[in-house]
Design a protein. Structure first.
Length: 736
C-alpha cells in the first residue's frame, strides 16, 4: 500500500524564500507558487494588491525552486517597472477593466443597479502538492472571492471561483474562470449539431477580439459547444499542442476567448445567468461550475487521455463490467403488451443481454407522447398485475431490470398538472401555450419547489425500491423556455435541484445506476456525470452517424460511460439501412447494447447476436479500461479508432467506412499506441459478421493474420481491403 506524499509548495517572495506546505507567507510582496502533476505545470503569482495571475499553464517544467520561479517571472514579464504602458501587465484570474484589461471581464457583479468594480487585496493562499486555494477580498465593498485550482490525475486542471457578499444584496451576472494560452494557438475546434447528429466538430481560425459562444436552452443542448480547444495549427489526433476547456455544467453556458494584440490569449467558460437569476443576500455565496482545462502536446488523443484518466480515477466511477443492454424503445415504442415484452426479455436473455430496460409507455395514459408525464405510477389498464411480474421474470432470466423516467417534465393532460398547476416552471399566463413554451405538448416541472421535489423523490423511490431497479434511464426531452421560479429566471435552481434529486436517489439506493439522456446527447457534460453513471450519446442508432457521434463524445468521456446500441436494420431517425456487421462493430466502441425488436430476428441473426455478446464480454475488460487512440487518416470516408491495453499487451481497432472510399487502393491504416519493440499478432474478429469489399484483398487478410512489431504497425500500418461504404473490420491485436 502506498501513501500520498505530504503536500508541498514552493514560494518565492521579495521578502525571502519559504518551502513547505500550508499557507503562503504573509509578507506584503508578490509571491509565486507552483503545482504540477502528470506532465502539466501551473505557476501562479499572488500580488499583495490585486487578483492572482496565472503566469504559466502547460507542459511540465521539471523541479523549480524559489529562485527558478522568480527568474521565470522576470523572463516572462513584458515591461520593467515603473513602465507606463496603458494596458494590463498580464490578465489576472478575474481580469477587469481597472487593471487595464480591455477584454471581457472575468467577473461581473451588480449592486443597486450599478456594476461593482472590486479592488482586490490578497487575504490568504494555501497550497498542497496539487492544489492552490486563493482568497482575495474587497473589504470596502464587502466582497470575498475564493479560487481553487486543482490538478487531478491525468493532469486535468479544475478552476472554480466562489463569490461571497458580506454587505447588501448583490447580483451575480457572470463568473467565468479563464486561463492564459500562448498566442501561437490560433486555430479553434468547437462543436455544434442537432438532434440525432450531436457533437459535430467546427474548425475555424481564432477570431480577434473578445468572443463568446453561448447556449440558452436550459440544458447544454444538441448544439452545445461541448469543448473549446485552441491549437498551434489545425488540431490533429496524435500530435500538436492543444489547450482546451470544458464546463462541468448541465444548463446554459458561455465559452469565451479573448485574442487581443497586447495580451496573452485567454480561454475560459462559465455559467450563463439571466438578469436577476442569482442574487446574494449578506453571507450568501455563488460558486461557478468547475471549468476543466486540459493541455496536450499529443493532439486530441492527449486531451482525451487527460479527461479519461481523471474520470476513471474518481471513486464513483463505475467499476463493474458494463452490462450488455436491451432497451425496449425501438422494439415496442408505446405499444406495451405484457406478453410481448416478456417474450422480448426471454429472447434478450437467450442472446446474452445482461440488463433489460423498459422504456417510455408504462405509466397512465401513455399511449403517445402527449399525455401522462408526471403520473409516475404503473398503468394498470396495460399492466394489470403491475411491473413486478416482469421485473421478477427479468431477474429470473439472469438480467438486471431498468426503467425509463422523465421526471423533470409534465404533461398538461396528467393528474399531476390538473392537481398542481402551480408546480410548472413557467409564467402561468403562458400556460397553455400554442407556441414555444410547449415542446412535444409537455412542460417543465419546477423541481426547486420543495413540494414538487418531494413528490418526485417519493414516487421514484417507491418504484426503484419496490421493483428492485438496478438502472434508471433519466430523460430530458426539451429545452427550458422562459423558465421561471417564483417569478425569476429559474434555470440555475432547476438544474441544481435535478442533480440533487439524482444524487439523493442514488444515496437511498446504493448500487442504482442512472443514465443521463436528453433527447439523446443534449446533457452529457461532466456536471451531470457527478451523479450519473453513463450517458446516452444520441437518439440516432444509425451506425453511420454514430461513428462520429461516438468519436467526439469520447473526446471527453471514456467509452464505458457512453451508451452505444445497435438498432434495427433501417434507422428510424434517418431511414438509412445498414448491415448488421457494421451496426455491431459500431456498438462495440462504447457501452454496448440493442435498441431493436430482436423477436423479429431469424435464427442466423440470433446466432450472430450471441456471438457478438460473447465477443463483447471477452473484450470489454480492455475496451473499458484502455487508452483510446485515433489514427490520422487522409480519406474522409475512413474512420480508424482503437483501444490499447494499459500495459500495451493488446489492442482492439475498428476500421470503418462511412461512405465510398476515395482511392482504388486504400491508404494503409496505422495502429498507434503499441509498444514499438514488441511483436503483435493482428487478426480480424468476425463475430460481428464479415465485412464486404471489392477489388483489393491484401495477403495478410487472406492468411487470417499477420505478425508485426508495434513500430511497424504505427509507422507503416496495414494495407486494408477496398471496403464498400458502411463496412467495418474489427482488428484484435495481441502481443506474441
Amino acid at each position: 500500500m502506498t501513501t500520498e506524499p505530504a503536500p508541498t509548495a514552493t514560494w518565492t517572495t521579495e521578502a525571502g524564500t519559504t518551502t513547505g506546505a500550508g499557507e503562503i507567507p504573509t509578507a506584503e510582496a508578490t509571491t509565486t507558487s507552483s503545482i504540477s502533476r502528470d506532465g502539466v505545470a501551473v505557476i501562479v503569482r499572488h500580488p499583495a494588491d490585486g487578483a492572482p495571475v496565472v503566469q504559466y499553464w502547460g507542459a511540465g517544467l521539471g523541479p523549480l525552486d524559489a529562485g527558478d520561479l522568480a527568474a521565470l517571472v522576470d523572463a516572462d514579464h513584458r515591461q520593467t517597472p515603473p513602465g507606463t504602458l496603458d494596458a494590463a501587465w498580464r490578465p489576472s484570474l478575474v481580469p477587469a477593466e481597472p487593471d487595464g484589461w480591455p477584454g471581457r471581464p472575468g467577473v461581473q457583479l451588480v449592486r443597486d443597479g450599478v456594476p461593482l468594480i472590486p479592488r482586490w487585496r490578497r487575504d490568504s493562499v494555501t497550497a498542497g502538492e496539487h492544489e492552490i486555494v486563493s482568497r482575495i477580498v474587497d473589504s470596502a465593498a464587502g466582497l470575498r472571492l475564493t479560487t481553487r485550482l486543482h490538478l487531478e490525475p491525468g493532469g486535468l486542471l479544475g478552476v472554480r471561483h466562489t463569490v461571497t457578499s458580506d454587505h447588501s444584496d448583490l447580483e451575480v451576472q457572470w463568473v467565468e474562470p479563464t486561463l492564459p494560452v500562448p498566442t501561437r494557438a490560433d486555430d479553434v475546434l468547437t462543436f455544434s449539431g442537432r438532434w440525432t447528429r450531436e457533437k459535430a466538430p467546427r474548425r475555424t481560425p481564432l477570431g480577434r477580439g473578445s468572443t463568446a459562444r453561448q447556449t440558452r436552452r436550459g440544458r447544454p443542448g444538441h448544439d452545445q459547444p461541448w469543448l473549446l480547444a485552441l491549437s498551434d495549427g489545425p488540431a490533429r489526433n496524435r500530435d500538436g499542442e492543444i489547450w482546451a476547456v470544458h464546463l462541468a455544467w448541465s444548463a446554459d453556458v458561455t465559452y469565451r476567448t479573448d485574442r487581443l494584440p497586447d495580451q496573452p490569449t485567454l480561454l475560459g467558460a462559465g455559467e450563463l445567468l439571466r438578469a436577476g437569476e442569482i442574487r446574494l443576500a449578506p453571507g450568501d455565496e455563488y460558486s461557478s461550475p468547475t471549468a476543466w482545462f486540459a493541455w496536450s502536446d499529443a493532439g486530441l488523443d492527449g486531451i482525451g487521455a487527460r479527461f479519461h484518466t481523471y474520470l476513471r480515477s474518481r471513486e464513483r466511477h463505475p467499476r463493474a463490467p458494463r452490462p450488455l443492454v436491451l432497451n425496449t424503445w425501438e422494439a415496442v415504442y408505446f405499444d406495451h403488451d405484457p406478453a410481448t415484452v416478456a417474450r422480448l426479455a426471454e429472447r434478450a436473455a437467450e442472446i446474452g443481454v445482461e440488463r433489460f430496460v423498459l422504456d417510455d409507455g408504462w405509466f397512465p395514459a401513455r399511449r403517445d407522447d402527449t399525455r401522462g408525464l408526471g403520473d409516475w405510477s404503473v398503468d394498470r389498464s396495460v399492466w394489470p398485475d403491475g411491473l413486478e411480474p416482469l421485473a421478477g421474470r427479468v431477474r429470473e432470466l439472469g438480467m438486471q431490470f431498468g426503467l425509463w423516467f422523465e421526471p423533470e417534465m409534465v404533461s398538461l393532460d396528467s393528474d399531476l398538472a390538473r392537481e398542481h398547476p402551480d408546480w410548472l416552471l413557467h409564467d402561468p399566463v403562458q400556460v397553455p401555450s400554442p407556441g414555444g413554451l410547449s415542446w412535444r405538448t409537455q412542460y417543465v416541472l419546477d423541481l426547486a419547489r420543495p413540494e414538487a421535489y418531494a413528490y418526485l423523490l417519493e414516487r421514484m423511490g417507491a418504484l426503484v425500491g419496490g421493483l428492485g431497479l438496478a438502472f434508471v434511464k433519466w430523460d430530458h426531452n426539451r429545452d427550458l423556455v422562459d423558465a421561471r421560479h417564483d417569478g425569476r429566471p429559474g434555470v440555475h435552481v432547476q438544474t441544481v435541484a435535478a442533480l440533487r434529486l439524482m444524487a439523493e436517489l442514488k444515496a437511498r439506493f446504493p448500487g442504482l445506476e442512472i443514465e443521463s439522456c436528453s433527447s439523446g446527447g443534449a446533457r452529457c457534460d461532466l456536471g451531470v456525470l457527478e451523479v450519473a453513471d453513463r450517458v446516452w450519446a444520441s437518439d440516432s442508432n444509425d451506425a453511420v452517424e454514430r461513428q462520429d457521434i461516438q468519436r467526439w463524445t469520447e473526446l471527453l468521456l471514456p467509452p464505458e460511460l457512453i451508451g452505444a446500441h445497435a438498432g434495427p436494420p433501417t434507422a428510424h431517425s434517418s431511414g438509412r439501412t445498414v448491415d448488421l456487421s457494421f451496426r455491431l462493430a459500431t456498438s462495440l466502441t462504447g457501452s454496448a447494447g440493442f435498441e431493436w425488436n430482436v423477436l423479429e430476428c431469424d435464427e442466423a441473426e440470433v446466432a450472430r447476436l450471441r456471438r457478438f455478446a460473447g465477443l463483447y464480454r471477452e473484450l470489454r475488460p480492455l475496451l473499458h479500461t484502455g487508452t483510446v487512440v485515433h489514427s490520422d487518416v487522409r480519406d474522409p470516408a475512413l474512420r480508424v479508432r482503437g483501444v490499447v491495453a494499459e500495459d500495451r499487451s493488446a489492442g482492439v481497432w475498428t476500421v470503418a467506412t462511412v461512405a465510398s472510399m476515395e482511392d482504388a487502393r486504400p491508404e494503409p491504416v496505422r495502429l498507434p499506441g503499441l509498444d514499438p519493440r514488441r511483436r503483435y499478432r493482428v487478426r480480424v474478429r468476425d463475430e460481428v459478421g464479415t465485412a464486404k469489399w471489392g477489388w483489393v484483398t491484401p495477403p495478410w487478410l487472406t492468411a487470417g493474420e499477420v505478425v508485426l512489431t508495434g513500430r511497424v504497425l504505427e509507422r507503416v500500418g496495414l494495407q486494408i481491403p477496398a471496403l464498400w461504404p458502411q463496412q467495418a473490420l474489427v482488428l484484435h491485436v495481441t502481443a506474441v
